[in-house]
Design a protein around this ligand. Sequence first.
Ligand code: PEP
Length: 249
Amino acid sequence: MTQRKRIVAGNWKMNGNLALVEAFSSAIQPAQFPQVEVVVFPPFPLIAQVAKTGIATGSQTVSEQDAGAFTGEVEAKLVAELGASYSLIGHSERRTLFNESDELLVSKFVKAQEAGLTPILCVGETESERESGQTETVISRQVKAVIEELGVATLKDSVIAYEPVWAIGTGKTASPEQAQQVHKFIRDLVAQFDTEIAATLPILYGGSVNEQNSDLLFAQPDIDGGLIGGASLKPDSFKQICESAVGNV
Ligand code: PEP
């Protein structure tokens, strides 16, 4: 079987402070989790602090612009300079609350890669899209937006996170079978363009993952780790989730 990179990523959203970085640094040493890349996505001002702890880090978004007169925006190159190695692109909160379109996200994806950051492209359907049988159509549109504009080779150095919108922050996680079904759909979709890239592409699951459900989710053949929101703010819970990824390598 192809050995894919295992990743457990914590998305702090607009939460956390210097004290939380300190708590993480005491609780989590990357060497405790062999073969698993543990990544923390704090708010921008904490990236350099997290980088100093030795835990891999990244930004929750980047600007689609190069440096210039864009008040309030943050350039991907600066994120990289602070010690980050990843950026989330297209988290559902960015898509919904900040009206980020597939087209705009392609530009952000490019800026992240140009700066040497690995983009984690977030995709996922809403509850009403799932109920009306649109899950595959939506995911396909979100993934193909990148492949058709940039070419499938761009996915060689990236990660996809499947995050059903109805499962984010709601406590309603997808069942391991539901998640596996969509992860396989994504891998098969990428395989239509390039089988080798599809086989090595890490696909993470996100949506109410916690230390109770992570083991079964990570045991699925096409789930290569998780993107964790709420539980990533609690060092002990996050640590247990990382441990379940080690157990499922
Ligand atoms: C997220 O925001 O990416 C997420 C998955 O949140 P939660 O784990 O809280 O559902």
